[in-house]
Design a binder for this molecule. Structure first.
Ligand SMILES: Nc1nc2c(c(=O)[nH]1)N[C@H]1C(S)=C(S)[C@@H](COP(=O)(O)OP(=O)(O)OC[C@H]3O[C@@H](n4cnc5c(=O)[nH]c(N)nc54)[C@H](O)[C@@H]3O)O[C@H]1N2
Ligand SMILES: Nc1nc2c(c(=O)[nH]1)N[C@H]1C(S)=C(S)[C@@H](COP(=O)(O)OP(=O)(O)OC[C@H]3O[C@@H](n4cnc5c(=O)[nH]c(N)nc54)[C@H](O)[C@@H]3O)O[C@H]1N2
Ligand code: SF4
Ligand SMILES: [Mo]
Length: 652
């Protein structure tokens, strides 16, 4: 038996160190490693479920090509050679007839490894393929916070242990970042830290917090102005810091003072007493931090909410007294690794959230999908699926498992899992890193992304030398300025290294200060101050929130844990009005589609607001995302999942 040290590559902020017991090329067990003080030696149900996912019956083990006979669609097993030659002839045909922009690369963070995710972009950059703006997840929050701070990095997880107050805001960390949550919990046990959750619904995190504040969805900007009002009116703000480190406080203050208690209560649904209490606890418990969730910024005006929360700590004199994501505070030359700055092609970009309507428009003839499952996770699902089903759209999927998207593809290629290849993967929440060793040999004929990309480049007859650069040499250049205490060679040798994060008191804004009144926003035509946009919703409509639950990473682990629960939370007041009882089948619908699902009548959500686990499939087989809109947000082009409006009826 050997123990192999690796790192979890899931799309998860925690990025756990994992020790895997292996015997005869078989995984015997996976345990969290204590070598990482943030991930602390325990794994979540997904980490624990990964061996079952590696050996799952749903693994793609061989290349397949779609074929049609009298019984309908079938997938025929073919050799790699045949698959590569078929793909490259289709790729060449699309480029010759329709131009290079008719090729779409659709990839995401199913495996966050640098070699699995970034390096293969080189091929598509060399070809001049269209790409997305990768704004499906965190981009709007980055942009919103960036308007005031430059980049959105901040508080480190170890610092949670010293906090007097931790405010999770639109952040269900108990589920979405269990190690961050555990550190908060430890602080509470050891030093009495107060934990607050600001979330319209009583999430797993709200349920165990010391205080749950429940604003109406999308009313967070107003709530921050309420807290600011309390702090300003009670002379609790750090005027020296504000003078020294920021610009635009006067304009901010003027806006804040327009938010009277009555107006605040009216917009947020939170009482002035509770707003004042929140302000008072925050000001009197130092140090403190806001943990800004990604759920907060995945809505119509999500970027506004994220930027508004990020400004509160500056009032008390904190340099970046919030945590959002550190990914942009670390110096990594992705443009080199992925070839964006090596190619002479000018690749076009489309909105990630609008892929559905883009596919339907017919402008893409060849789509290459890897590390994501768009036929489940993208909004405007009806268009996504009908786009992929169009005869003239040739789709290749490289995935570890048979997904909804794989079943719509023309060619399916087997991918090795992160446990079957060597790579590196950094967290965007903590700075500890080590090499991700290959644990077992790839299952079946599965291949990693680098070798697949090289085979395709060769078959296409591409000659650019940078396409064939040794990936570890490329990584060496990419990471030249990345580590605090070593080099890539040390990492490869087995050392744990720390990443270098930009200084907390450095602000990458035009004034090099915190900009309460953002000059960049003004220049871009956005409101220079965070703006509370209308939240009213017409009679008869609900807001549908949706977020992840512990056993699933997006659409993954259904093969291990069964279907994502087909439930929707509805408040008893709404249920009574609509004559809905617990476990009744109800249909959520809007102009885009409908999903039938079982009602859970509960006070865990407020009247007018529903919640479902994401991305479930309803009892009649409809995916949740048929209900969600594929238009981008104004700031940062992110998704609007948490502003989905639906009506409810009893199922037929
Ligand atoms: N309704 C709703 N929808 C949402 C959201 C929401 O809040 N509400 N949130 C959105 C967010 S934040 C995100 S990040 C997206 C995620 O959207 P996706 O990235 O599409 O998420 P997954 O379903 O995890 O798909 C990852 C895929 O990568 C595959 N994979 C895993 N490892 C490897 C590998 O090593 N190689 C290859 N080639 N493939 C691999 C997996 O099998 C899986 O099919 O979903 C979004 N969708
Ligand atoms: N188990 C598990 N963990 C995951 C993932 C997973 O798929 N499964 N995915 C990972 C990824 S890619 C992401 S992006 C993160 C996301 O994780 P988080 O950052 O925690 O975000 P969400 O879970 O999308 O939503 C968090 C909370 O925001 C609330 N919310 C929605 N709208 C509003 C609003 O207008 N105001 C306020 N105040 N709150 C609101 C929701 O009710 C929800 O409880 O999770 C990561 N961790
Ligand atoms: S999914 Fe996240 S919490 Fe779970 S084992 Fe992987 S990195 Fe750790
Ligand atoms: Mo995400």
């Amino acid at each position: 038996m050997t123990i192999i040290k690796t790192v979890c590559h899931r799309d998860c902020p925690d990025t756990c160190f994992i020790d895997v017991e292996v015997k005869d090329n078989k995984i015997i067990s996976m345990k969290g490693s204590t070598a990482n003080p943030v991930t602390q030696g325990f794994l979540c149900p997904r980490g624990r479920g990964d061996p079952a996912r590696v050996y799952s019956k749903d693994r793609v083990l061989y290349p397949h090509i779609r074929s049609r006979d009298n019984d309908g669609v079938k997938f025929k097993r073919v050799s790699w050679k045949e698959a590569i030659s078929f793909i490259s002839s289709k790729l060449q045909e699309a480029i010759q007839i329709h131009g290079e922009e008719s090729v779409l690369l659709l990839d995401y963070a199913g495996n966050q490894g640098f070699l699995a995710m970034q390096y293969p972009h080189r091929l598509w950059n060399a070809l001049g393929a269209t790409k997305t703006d990768y704004a499906l997840c965190s981009a709007s929050g980055h942009k919103g916070i960036g308007l005031h701070y430059g980049l959105a990095y901040g508080v480190q997880p170890e610092e949670l242990l010293d906090m007097e107050i931790i405010i999770y805001w639109g952040n269900n960390a108990k589920v979405s970042s269990p190690h961050m949550w555990t550190l908060s919990h430890k602080a509470r046990k050891d030093r009495g830290t107060t934990i607050i959750s600001v979330d319209p619904r009583n999430s797993e995190t709200s349920q165990v917090a010391d205080m749950w504040v429940s604003p109406r969805p999308g009313s967070d900007v107003a709530l921050t102005y309420g807290i600011a009002r309390y702090l300003i009116e009670n002379d609790l703000v750090d005027t020296d810091f504000i003078e020294r480190s920021s610009v635009g406080f006067q304009q901010y203050k003027e806006e804040v003072l327009t938010w009277t208690p009555e107006r605040l209560e009216d917009v947020t649904g939170v009482s002035w007493d509770d707003i004042a209490k929140l302000g008072s606890i925050y000001a009197n418990s130092k140090p403190g931090t806001f943990m800004i969730g990604l759920g907060l910024q995945k809505s119509l005006h999500g970027a506004e909410a994220a930027r508004a929360v990020s400004l509160l700590p500056s009032l008390l004199g904190y340099n970046r007294g919030f945590h959002y994501s550190d990914s942009r505070g670390i110096d990594i030359d992705f443009a080199y690794l992925g070839g964006n700055r090596l190619t002479n092609k000018n690749c076009k970009t489309i909105h990630h959230v609008s892929v559905g309507s883009e596919l339907v428009s017919g402008k893409f003839k060849f789509v290459f999908v890897y590390g994501c499952n768009p036929a489940s996770t993208l909004p405007n699902q009806k268009s996504v699926r009908s786009g992929f089903s169009k005869k003239e759209v040739f789709t290749v999927v490289h995935d570890t498992h048979w997904t909804e998207t794989a079943y719509l593809a023309d060619v399916i290629l087997p991918a090795s899992t992160y446990l079957e290849k060597e790579d590196i993967n950094f967290s965007n929440h903590h700075l500890y890193t080590r090499i991700s060793r290959k644990v077992i040999e790839p299952s079946g004929e599965s291949k990693d992304e680098v070798s697949l990309m090289h085979s395709l480049a060769k078959e296409l007859g591409l000659k650019e030398e940078w396409l064939f650069e040794d990936p570890w040499k490329a990584l060496n250049k990419t990471l030249a300025a990345t580590f605090q205490d070593g080099t890539l060679a040390d990492l490869k040798g087995g050392k744990v290294l720390k990443l270098k994060l930009k200084p907390m008191n450095e602000y990458q804004t035009p004034s090099s200060k915190i900009e309460f009144y953002s000059s960049e926003a003004e220049e871009l035509g956005f409101s220079p101050l965070p703006e509370q946009l209308p939240t009213e919703i017409e009679e008869g409509w609900f807001v549908l929130l949706n977020s992840s639950i512990p056993k699933y990473t997006h659409s993954q682990f259904i093969d291990v844990y069964g279907p994502i629960p087909q439930i929707v939370w509805i408040n008893p007041v709404d249920a009574k009005r609509l004559d809905i009882k617990n476990n009744d089948e109800i249909t959520l619908f809007n102009d885009l589609g409908e999903v039938t699902i079982n009602a859970t009548v509960t006070n865990n959500t407020i009247p007018g607001v529903l919640w479902t686990p994401r991305p479930l499939t309803g009892v009649k087989g409809q995916p949740l995302n048929v209900l969600t809109d594929g238009s981008p947000q104004v700031i940062g082009s992110g998704p609007r999942f948490n502003s989905t409006k639906v009506k409810v009826k009893r199922a037929d």
